[in-house]
Design a protein around this ligand. Structure first.
Ligand SMILES: Nc1nc2c(c(=O)[nH]1)N[C@H]1C(S)=C(S)[C@@H](COP(=O)(O)OP(=O)(O)OC[C@H]3O[C@@H](n4cnc5c(=O)[nH]c(N)nc54)[C@H](O)[C@@H]3O)O[C@H]1N2
Ligand SMILES: Nc1nc2c(c(=O)[nH]1)N[C@H]1C(S)=C(S)[C@@H](COP(=O)(O)OP(=O)(O)OC[C@H]3O[C@@H](n4cnc5c(=O)[nH]c(N)nc54)[C@H](O)[C@@H]3O)O[C@H]1N2
Ligand code: SF4
Ligand SMILES: [Mo]
Length: 746
């Protein structure tokens, strides 16, 4: 008789981490199904139910590989894990001895590898390298860092009680960040208002109470317009501003520079509509502006994120019911902020962190400035929120890797991250990788990034390991994830990888945990429990929210108040007040505004293009175009086009949508063609990837953080042939679905 086992899992196919259940039959994961608790049962999408197809896929990496051909040639020999680790340790040791510890960089995203427990930061800090980068630099990680400037933490929206939700582009759907979609749906059913700001008629915009179709990249100006209305009409919380905010008068003066006529001109939205939205937000009894990646990736990103923070604060929505709560560190689970040992990296090495001088906001430079207030308010000096508050700047890291300026980076490790396609200026990243002496990739599939490595180590997946997820140290919820099947024999967790490497490099005594369970016991010991006790007691634990905590300890900023004018930015020599920065002049021959994104339901970021049942849903990359623009350019739906920017060009298929905004083009993120492996270099990583189009030149970077501008850069379209190798571009070209069950919220 078949033996069936069912366990709780935290899905890591995408980064929202739904808790669901995994079922194994005879030692193989067979089904992933919804949670048995009604409150969580809707939190599953069709990528989640496709997990057996992903985890049992024939392309899954199962053996450590060592490069035998030229770098990027994709020729390998299988070696043992022990041999791979010995050689990696030996080479990393000699590179860092020759060029200094800062010549070692790591790129990772953490949430999919899940079990790192910040041992990557710990390893690097003990070795002496500050050069850790991550995709979170373009996502919630940099938002977290910027939020700290204003009130010392990264808040979470109280969806359960809010009366108004403002989505700056953010567009959760049934199959994209499903739990947030469900939370918004439930709030709307209670009568909460929804305001959407999006150039397109997105799924959320379709159902919104107010939809402002702003021009891409103008979110900061829009927020300044809202503040203008809120200040002029006295719609702010005067008592909170008086008692708890600094810099109000300066801010008000700055806001006066943005009369609605100017904001309407910049954003393309009518003055009355701007005012109506601002009033709806300010009048709501409890309103939230949930985190959005849209403002993480703009020229005025720091200002836009700060403006969201400021709107929350001046309208009295901070740390109140129905507003945005400041969580603080978990009291029952040792946070990654502590495990990373940031205090052990010497100041001189922190100062070498790439980005420290030019674009310091998410680097150690600001982390050090916020250390004291963070310790005073929250009890520990380093807050690794969503991993994002003490990172190197990715653009500076790739530049140093490629050019050795200001110093060489010669060893580059990628763990659960497809770095080649996941930042700006892919050609530069490629040059950077070609100039390395050692590249290690820790992966579950052979990605274009892995193809450029010297060693590829097979990773385990979430059905094969135990974990307690804490929402990237951002929330206060602890969710159980249990191993249901064994990992391939030579596969490792990232926990094992960093532990084994540390032992080989002479600081094993700082990595005393003997297994993942041992590590989980250690982290849970703060609440007086072991993993076995946690596992048998509950599947999930949620600390009850506490509100207005600032009344006791103030905010974790240098002034202890909400800094409407940021003292940290002023000390760094930046404008302490938010502003809108105009785009560089658009060249005449690049008439369109291109934005990346609009996440695709079947994939997470650069992943899953090799999972047939998912790929059938989206066989080829689509450029969205308004019908008027399509007609002007002579394109029909389904034609192939070449999209060029001053930075580079890609090929993709035109999709004509009347929901698009005229004059704009949408390019999807992260396309490559696993099926072209062996036929086209790096499996076609340069054919359609958005990172080819995005500039990393200074004029296209946000000043304070140095993040690239993905939301409205100049582009042009030309007719193109479908690339000969890319042949399967219709759903029927892909084998029929085998076993994807649709459990999703309906
Ligand atoms: N150009 C450009 N860059 C972007 C973005 C963009 O829109 N355009 N978006 C940004 C955003 S919002 C984000 S969140 C980041 C995302 O960045 P990442 O989260 O790093 O996503 P990917 O680059 O797709 O890399 C994930 C890789 O992890 C592998 N993987 C999955 N599970 C496991 C596992 O359990 N173990 C191991 N070892 N590997 C695993 C997958 O096969 C995949 O190759 O990218 C950012 N970068
Ligand atoms: N299925 C699936 N779900 C995912 C992901 C995935 O890869 N696949 N990725 C996850 C991750 S890491 C992230 S970060 C989120 C991102 O997901 P979202 O926050 O929803 O972001 P996008 O889907 O990139 O774009 C959302 C909207 O922003 C609009 N937009 C474009 N430019 C601008 C602008 O300048 N201003 C404004 N206000 N709007 C603009 C677009 O028209 C689009 O409708 O999705 C998560 N969910
Ligand atoms: S939304 Fe889908 S892919 Fe993301 S964690 Fe939930 S089930 Fe997994
Ligand atoms: Mo993201």
């Amino acid at each position: 008789m078949a033996s069936t086992k069912t366990k709780y899992s935290v899905c890591t196919v995408c980064d929202i981490g739904c808790q669901l259940r995994s079922e194994a039959v005879d030692g193989k994961v067979a089904r992933v199904i919804a949670h048995d608790n009604p409150a969580l049962a809707r939190n599953i999408c069709y990528k989640g139910t496709a997990v057996p197809l992903i985890h049992n896929h024939e392309d899954r990496l199962t053996k450590p590989l060592k490069r035998v051909g030229e770098r990027g040639e994709d020729r390998w020999e299988e070696i043992s894990y022990e041999q791979a680790m010995d050689e990696i340790a030996e080479k990393l040791g000699s590179i860092t001895a020759k060029y200094g510890p800062e010549s070692f960089a790591v790129s990772t995203s953490g949430w999919n590898t899940q079990t790192t427990h910040s041992l990557d930061r710990r390893f690097m800090n003990l070795l002496g390298s500050p050069n850790w980068i991550s995709g979170v630099a373009l996502c919630a990680g940099n938002t977290a860092a910027v939020n700290r400037l204003t009130y010392g933490w990264f808040p979470q929206p109280d969806f359960g009680s809010t009366n108004c939700i403002v989505l700056f582009g953010h567009n959760p759907r049934k199959h994209s960040w499903t739990p947030i979609y469900n939370a918004i749906r439930a709030a709307r059913a209670r009568g909460a208002k929804v305001i959407v700001l999006d150039p397109r008629v997105s799924d959320q915009a379709e159902q919104a109470d107010i939809h402002l179709r702003l021009k891409a990249g103008t979110d900061a100006a829009m927020c300044l317009g809202w503040l203008k209305v809120i200040f002029d009409e006295g719609l702010y919380d005067e008592a909170f501003v008086k008692d708890w905010c600094v810099g109000f008068d300066e801010l008000k003066q700055r806001v006066d520079e943005y009369p609605l006529a100017r904001v309407a001109e910049i954003t393309g939205v009518a003055e009355d509509d701007i005012a109506a939205a601002a009033r709806m937000y300010a009048h709501a009894d409890g309103a939230v502006i949930p985190w959005t990646p849209i403002t993480d990736q703009q020229l005025s990103s720091t200002s836009a994120i700060r403006l969201h923070s400021i709107l929350r604060a001046v309208t009295g929505n901070l740390d109140v019911v129905g507003g945005e709560t400041l969580g603080g560190f978990s009291e029952t689970y040792i946070p990654e902020s502590e495990l990373g040992l940031h205090e052990r990296l010497p100041d001189a090495q922190k100062e070498k962190q790439l980005g420290y001088d030019d674009h310091p906001v998410f680097t150690y430079r600001v982390a050090e400035m916020l250390k004291e207030p963070t310790e005073k308010t929250w009890g520990f000096p380093y807050a690794d929120l969503v991993m994002g508050c003490q990172m190197a700047n990715p653009t500076d890291v790739f530049r140093a890797m490629a050019t050795e300026d200001p110093y060489p980076i010669k060893a580059f490790f990628c763990l659960g991250n497809n770095a080649l396609l996941s930042y700006a200026n892919q050609h530069q990243i490629h040059r950077a990788m070609l100039n390395q002496e050692l590249i290690v990739s820790h992966e579950i599939f052979m990605t274009p990034t892995a193809m450029l490595a010297d060693y590829v180590l097979p990773g385990d997946v979430f059905t094969e390991r135990d974990h307690v997820a804490d929402g990237w140290s951002w929330g206060t919820r602890l969710s159980l994830s249990q191993k249901v099947v064994d990992a391939p024999e030579e596969a490792s967790s990232t926990f094992q990888f960093w532990t084994d490497l540390a032992h080989r490099m002479g600081f094993g005594d700082e990595f005393p945990w003997t297994s993942l369970e041992d590590m989980l016991d250690y982290r849970l010991s703060r609440g007086g429990r072991t993993f076995a006790q946690f596992e048998s007691a509950t599947f999930m634990e949620l600390a009850p929210p506490k509100f207005r905590k600032y009344l006791k300890k103030g905010f974790a900023t240098p002034s202890g108040k909400v800094e409407l004018a940021s003292s940290v930015l002023a000390d760094l020599g930046f404008d302490p007040l938010p502003y809108y920065r105009e785009l560089p002049v658009q060249p005449d021959d690049f008439p369109y505004l291109v934005f990346t994104g609009v996440r695709e339901d079947p994939f997470f970021q650069t992943g899953q293009r090799n999972i047939e049942s998912l790929r059938r849903r989206m066989p080829a990359p689509n450029l969205f175009l308004h019908p008027v623009d399509a007609q002007k350019e002579g394109f029909a739906d389904g034609d192939w086009a070449k999209l060029s920017t001053p930075q580079g060009a890609v090929l993709a298929q035109i999709a004509v949508h009347d929901t698009m905004k005229e004059g704009h083009i949408r390019v999807p993120h992260g396309w490559w063609y696993p099926e072209l492996r062996g036929e086209v270099d790096l499996a076609g990583a340069f054919i359609s990837s958005d990172a080819v189009l995005c500039s990393d030149e200074d004029e296209w970077l946000d000043h304070e953080q140095g993040v690239p501008h993905f939301k409205g850069f100049p582009g042009k379209l030309e007719k193109a042939q479908q690339p000969a190798q890319v042949s399967r571009t219709r759903p029927g070209d892909w084998r029929p679905d085998t076993a994807v069950e649709e459990h999703a919220a309906s």
